[in-house]
Ligand binder design. Structure first.
Ligand SMILES: Nc1ncnc2c1ncn2[C@@H]1O[C@H](COP(=O)(O)OP(=O)(O)OP(=O)(O)O)[C@@H](O)[C@H]1O
Ligand SMILES: [Mg+2]
Length: 268
């Protein structure tokens, strides 16, 4: 299990993440979602241990983690040279063959330069690299960005088939719906966990938004009713025959049309 507790992170005085807590493990497939720039990649880097945070803690108990960042580059080498350089021990080369088989990493020659591979093949190569460490938890930042439709379908079935915990950032609704059973959302620097698939998360969000809109509407109505009440009573008080002038009638008309407008807005 990887347990994050009360994590806070600022960049140059700007708070990005506030009081973030989570539990990651038990082979769950989870989506991390949120608007662009809300701090998803920042949280990934913190969990992966490559970015310091201001307070809180991230503790791994019995789990090992691998992280595939949003953008990655390879050196100008061949596929086989690169894969062998990723091995901790040379005698483990058989693992490369097993992983190639598992990930259907084919249609290339061993001496081929990585730069000439397709985006989908590069993604598979990255997956082979991280799988060589046999992690129990995978963090993958926007994997579907690198893949075409066939690649996404392949990746979807691969994620479903592996017996590992996976936390993924993605904006691909269909992909997430088909893979995850939990959605973590970062909004206004806070993390909220929604248990269920992506559609369930969207339904819950719509309900929460409707509740919030209704509450705001109610408070606005109470506020405007009070305001209108006091404007009306001021107008009534000023309607003594001696005080009525052309100008005050004009002002009264303007205020009445504003009130009608507000009433109309509140009735919607
Ligand atoms: N090293 C840094 N120094 C200063 N600000 C940073 C740094 N890294 C990220 N930020 C800022 O922190 C905020 C969160 O960035 P982050 O990359 O985590 O967002 P994100 O949710 O992954 O966005 P996207 O969906 O676009 O990938 C952004 O406003 C970003 O500009
Ligand atoms: Mg990001």
């Amino acid at each position: 299990m990887i347990i994050g507790t009360a994590i806070n992170k600022q960049f140059i005085g700007t708070p990005i993440l506030e009081n973030i807590s989570f539990k990651l493990g038990n082979n769950k497939k989870i989506a991390l979602v949120g608007k662009n720039g809300c701090g998803k990649s920042t949280l990934f880097k913190i969990i992966a241990g490559i970015l310091p945070y201001d307070s809180g803690s991230v503790v791994a108990t019995g789990d090992t983690l691998a992280y595939i960042p949003q953008e990655f580059e390879f050196p100008e080498t061949s596929v086989s040279e690169y894969l062998y350089s990723c091995l901790e021990n040379e005698w483990e080369f058989y693992k490369i063959d097993i992983l190639k088989e598992q990930l259907s990493f084919n249609n290339y020659s061993d001496s081929q330069l990585i730069s000439s591979l397709s985006e989908g093949q590069k993604m598979k190569l990255k997956l082979i690299e991280v799988m060589l460490t046999d992690p129990t938890v995978l963090l993958i930042d926007e994997p579907t960005n690198h893949l075409d439709i066939d690649g996404i379908m392949w990746f979807e079935s691969y994620i479903k088939s592996i017996n590992k915990s996976v936390l993924m950032i993605s904006h691909d609704r269909q992909f997430l719906n088909n893979t995850v059973s939990e959605v973590w959302e970062i909004e206004n620097r806070k993390l909220t966990v929604f248990v269920g698939d992506y559609d369930h998360y969207k339904e819950e969000k719509a309900k929460l938004k409707k509740d919030l809109d209704n509450r705001q509407k109610k408070y606005k109505k109470i506020y405007f009713d009070k305001l209108i009440g006091s404007i009306k009573s001021d107008l009534n008080e000023s309607k003594t025959p001696t005080k009525i002038t052309d100008k005050s009638i004009k002002v009264n008309d303007d205020i009445n049309s504003i009130i009608k407008g507000i009433d109309g807005m509140l009735d919607k």
